[in-house]
Design a binder for this molecule. Structure first.
Ligand SMILES: Cc1cc2nc3c(=O)[nH]c(=O)nc-3n(C[C@H](O)[C@H](O)[C@H](O)COP(=O)(O)O)c2cc1C
Ligand SMILES: CCCCCCC(=O)C(=O)O
Length: 377
């Protein structure tokens, strides 16, 4: 019987950082203060941002031994597609802040690594350009719901036409969180014209903004994205406009998770938006623990917020996630070394996750359960 190789680091990436903290420090050196602070920070006093990390210490892995893990594999199937391991790149807006190639570079890295790339509505490049940069990739589109339903429907149709494989509707941003560092820095990324490509190219949006021109595009986008009246019926309207899986991102309450299942949505991203929206909100891992028994495997559960290591991934999966996603870490990789940086971040996480899986005595992602965890007092 063959033995899988659990080698650690590729020769061609040996000069790149390994620790996420080192990537972050290098990104800070390279970026201007406004951009770096925008990416790193959370809302309010950053309690939720911190909780997303500290919650992982409540859980320890309870490993099994003598189970022949020589052929263990982290491969995962999600919506009929194979992932090299259960990771996705979370939607992150304005990736042109980190690198000139922005989303195109990150999507190429995700495709090479065999993991889904979720393109944000407020991307620097249009969804068509991102799809063209990584046509072989498992690309998903994240929709910021537009007050004008026709704009939402139009973007989803464009995404479907461009080959995106799932639609992620973010539901935790009816209003923007209290972002103190951005206010202090006077930083508004939309104003830098780094997140308007999807709107500029959208015929329904052009029609919806009276006297469409360069000067009123930002106001038009803000008015479209930020609307506290967003509700379940609005989002259900999308079902008539796409056959792609519709996944709701930003669910934290088990009652909302149950409603998402009952209304026929195809998946949930358990997320507090990386602590950038409601400060004081529950950590993503704690929310996952509440939501997973309610959803009870009826639809896939993805979790993001604070994932920084293979062990973090493992704990989230043991608590019921089918896959996890990362935001800031890959943006730091993008800022430091473009596509190579993103690929390095993903590959190191993959190696660490594969080792964690095998060292815990399990051979596949499906075998990871709550039985593999012990909760600290
Ligand atoms: C700079 C930045 C921009 C983001 N932009 C979006 C976005 O456009 N759409 C969205 O749904 N979430 C957005 N998010 C939230 C991420 O998708 C994700 O929920 C969060 O980053 C996960 O936490 P992590 O950074 O600790 O991994 C953004 C996060 C960051 C840090
Ligand atoms: C009107 C801007 C909406 C937020 C865009 C990016 C984002 O989600 C973030 O967290 O920042």
């Amino acid at each position: 019987m063959g033995t899988k190789s659990f080698t650690s680091i590729n020769k061609d990436t040996k000069d790149l950082p390994i620790f996420i903290e080192e990537w972050e420090a290098k990104a800070k050196e390279k970026m201007d203060k406004g951009s770096f602070d925008y990416i790193r920070s959370g809302a309010g006093d950053e309690e939720t941002l911190q909780a997303n990390r500290s919650v992982f210490q409540k859980w320890t892995i309870l490993p099994r031994v003598l189970r022949n893990v020589s052929l263990s594999s982290a491969n995962t199937i999600l919506y009929g597609n194979e992932l090299s391991f259960p990771l996705l790149l979370s939607p992150v807006g304005y990736q042109g802040l980190a690198d000139k190639e922005g989303e195109k570079a990150a999507a190429r890295a995700a495709a090479k690594a065999g993991v889904p790339y979720i393109a944000s509505t407020v991307s620097t490049y249009s969804l068509e350009d991102i799809a063209a940069a990584a046509p072989e990739g498992n690309n998903w589109f994240q929709l910021y719901w537009s007050r004008n339903k026709e704009v939402s429907a139009s973007m989803v149709k464009r995404a479907e036409k461009a080959g995106f494989r799932a639609i992620v509707v973010t539901v935790d941003t009816g209003l923007l969180g209290w972002r103190k560092s951005d206010y202090k820095n006077g930083f508004v990324p939309l104003m830098e014209c780094l997140g308007d490509a999807n709107y500029r190219n959208d015929p329904a949006f052009q029609k919806s903004v009276p006297n469409w021109n360069d000067a009123n595009i930002v106001a038009g986008i803000m008015d479209n994205i930020l609307h506290p009246d967003l509700n379940w019926e609005d989002v259900l309207f999308l079902r008539e406009h796409t056959t792609l899986p519709i996944i709701l991102k930003g669910i934290l309450h088990p009652k909302d998770a149950k409603k998402a299942v009952d209304l026929g949505f195809d998946g949930i991203v358990v997320s507090n938006h990386g602590g950038r929206q409601l400060d004081g909100a529950i950590s993503s891992l704690d929310a996952l623990q509440l939501i997973s028994p309610v959803v009870n495997k009826q639809i896939p559960l993805i979790m993001d917020g604070g994932i920084r290591s293979g062990a973090d991934m493992y704990k989230a999966i043991a608590l019921g996630a089918d896959a996890v996603a990362i935001g800031r870490p890959f943006i730091y990789g993008l800022a430091v070394s473009g596509e190579v940086g993103v690929l390095s971040i993903i590959n190191n996480l993959k190696k660490e996750f594969e080792l964690t899986l095998a060292l815990s005595g399990e051979v596949s992602v499906k075998d990871i359960t709550a039985d593999n965890l012990f909760r600290q007092n």
